[in-house]
Design a protein around this ligand. Structure first.
Ligand code: ARG
Length: 572
């Protein structure tokens, strides 16, 4: 597509001195108010060097650039040069590009094949995969897709919580009270119940604690029986996690979790010692970060066992050595802010300059609306149950509304699960939010179903036009753009034009909600156009041009939804 900002910067550069092309481009604004044009250039900054009043400078520039075919109109208003792009040129350019690029539209090459790690989801095995995990899972998945669209080589890692003393307890409990069938039927609920039973029993039988410790030591030393049990718990848990990942359409390149680093840590403990960073404190080994205002980080316990943070340090070094990452991104709750600050700092003190390329992307808490789900006494709400319920409720709504679909089960899945994902990605990630069924499944609000419905509406318009007309619309060389320059058509085309840059902005901020909001804007823009204009008119050229805009919108929505990890139903 024509990069209007860049073209305009080139034109302006011919009329101002002392500013680089990049500086000028950086100064160009996109006014909120349409009356101020599509682009505006403020001249305040130039007053000093040019020794002229800003309005005079603006007037000079406006006069200088107005004779150019990319503009419909150029105006000086106070200190601003307001520029109105030729509607026809823009619309023609956008619509033909979107149609030509198809599923590639929205992508860019700013990442040029640089390796980026996105670590997300990372649940703890044998623990419930609950509603709280939806955040890292869905936000992380979207960030991975956004980075992929920016041209980076993304490596998706699930840093499973699959290591620690609790596995000694679980194996111990299994040996005393366990049952193989139960574990196979419902791994996580069963393993969790063993874990709970262990704690209850250990109160009256403290010797269980010693037994569990011993088992964990055996596990650490790689003793076959313990390793096999642990491996089995891990496999069964993963099967259950994978059911959720399948529902969400998520996959990973690596499940190298905490256990993967269990034999890689001595090297770092030694290295910390050699670099004089380690101190002893009551038998434990610590790194003192008080001077940096980050407290004290515990590296090994008094019994020599390593900790969560030690494994993160080992993992970062391993990842650098294995993938030579350009960025190493962690999508993890904001409760762990201090943890990440601490070990990023330790890595830096160890002399690993790529500490600066490790990025913690935090997010706020999700809580449940009272009454909509049983949250009494902290009863866990499993993510799988939430997704299933979303699908079931969507099916009811579809039946009630008499929505026509080819396959109600498939549509209910796309819409129900999509609704949960969309809701999750609607707000700035750092905000806490309350999960509300009414909001999630509202077909008229700024929701997933609303956007998908708009997509299906585009599809239906094209179907109604008939195959022949729809295929004429794809012939962009003959596009008569003058028919799609009305207010709502033009605004819609501008929104499509902005999608690729929006994706880059979202990636730079690690903020999928930027994309979510933009897709809502596109959907609203389309519905305005659909309301304002009659599409299937008699005039053939006009009809085909309008259908081309519909087809371009359909593509943009589909690509946008894909970046969130959502599907787009053709009928609903
Ligand atoms: N398993 C951890 C939890 O559930 C999250 C892991 C985050 N990633 C990391 N590299 N520390 O809290």
């Amino acid at each position: 597509m024509v990069n209007f900002k860049e073209e305009i910067a080139k034109l302006i550069a011919e009329h101002v001195e002392g500013l680089s092309l990049e500086e000028i481009q950086g100064m160009i604004e996109i006014p909120q108010d349409k009356k101020m044009g599509d682009y505006a250039f403020p001249c305040f900054k130039l007053a000093k060097t040019l020794r002229k009043a800003p309005p005079l400078i603006a007037m000079g520039i406006a006069k200088g650039i107005e004779e150019n075919e990319i503009f419909e109109k150029v105006e000086q208003v106070n200190a601003y040069v307001n520029m109105f792009v030729s509607k026809e040129a823009l619309v023609k350019d956008v619509v033909s590009e979107v149609i030509a690029q198809g599923s590639e539209f929205g992508k860019s090459n700013v990442g040029e094949g640089k390796p980026v790690i996105v670590e997300f989801s990372s649940p703890n095995i044998a623990k419930p995969f609950h509603i709280g995990h939806i955040r890292s899972t869905v936000i992380g998945n979207s960030i991975n897709k956004i980075y992929d669209a920016m041209g980076y080589d993304v490596i998706r890692i699930n840093h499973l919580g699959d290591y620690g003393t609790q596995f000694g307890k679980m194996i111990c409990a299994y040996r005393h009270w366990g049952n193989k069938e139960d574990v196979i039927n419902e791994p996580i609920k069963t393993l969790l119940s063993y874990y709970t039973k262990f704690h209850v029993e250990a109160e009256t039988h403290p010797e269980l604690e010693d037994e569990a410790r011993e088992i964990f030591t055996k596990l650490e030393h790689g003793e076959q029986e313990e390793v096999e049990l642990w491996q089995w718990f891990r496999d069964e848990s993963l099967k259950e996690f994978n059911r959720v990942y399948n529902m969400l359409g998520i996959s990973f390149d690596s499940y190298a979790g905490e256990s993967f680093y269990s034999d890689k840590m001595p090297r770092f403990v030694q290295e910390l010692k050699d670099k004089g960073l380690l101190e002893e404190s009551r038998g434990a080994q610590i790194v003192d970060l008080e001077e940096e205002g980050l407290g004290v980080a515990l590296i090994t316990k008094s019994d020599g066992s390593t900790l969560y943070i030690t494994r993160d340090i080992a993992a970062a070094v391993y990842r650098k050595e294995t993938y030579d990452f350009y960025k190493n991104i962690y999508v993890v709750a904001s409760q762990q802010n201090l943890h990440f600050q601490q070990w990023f700092k330790i890595l830096e003190k160890m002399g690993y300059e790529y500490s600066k390329d490790c990025v913690h992307v935090p997010f706020g808490l999700v809580s449940l609306e009272e009454g909509t789900m049983s949250t009494r006494h902290g009863r866990v709400v499993f993510l799988e149950d939430v997704l299933n319920r979303a699908v079931d409720q969507t099916k009811e709504i579809i039946k009630e509304k008499g929505v026509n679909t080819d396959n109600i089960d498939e549509t209910a899945k796309q819409v129900g699960i999509g609704a949960v994902i969309f809701n999750e990605l609607s707000n700035n990630r750092i905000k806490d939010y309350v999960f509300s069924w009414d909001k999630v499944l509202d077909f008229n609000g700024e929701t997933g179903p609303y956007v998908q419905y708009t997509y299906a509406r585009c599809a239906s318009v094209l179907r109604n036009a008939g195959e022949e007309e729809a295929s004429k619309a794809m012939d962009v060389a003959n596009l008569k753009a003058e028919y799609i320059t009305g207010d709502s058509a033009y605004e819609l085309a501008k929104l499509l034009y902005a999608l690729p840059q929006t994706v880059i902005d979202a990636g730079e901020k690690y903020e999928p909600s930027v994309v979510t909001r933009h897709i809502v804007n596109i959907a609203q823009g389309f519905n305005r156009f659909y309301h304002d204009e009659h599409i299937l008119v008699d005039n053939e050229d006009e009809k085909v041009a309008k259908l081309a805009l519909v087809a371009a919108t359909k593509t943009a929505i589909k690509n946008g939804l894909a970046l969130l990890g959502m599907e787009a139903p053709e009928r609903m």
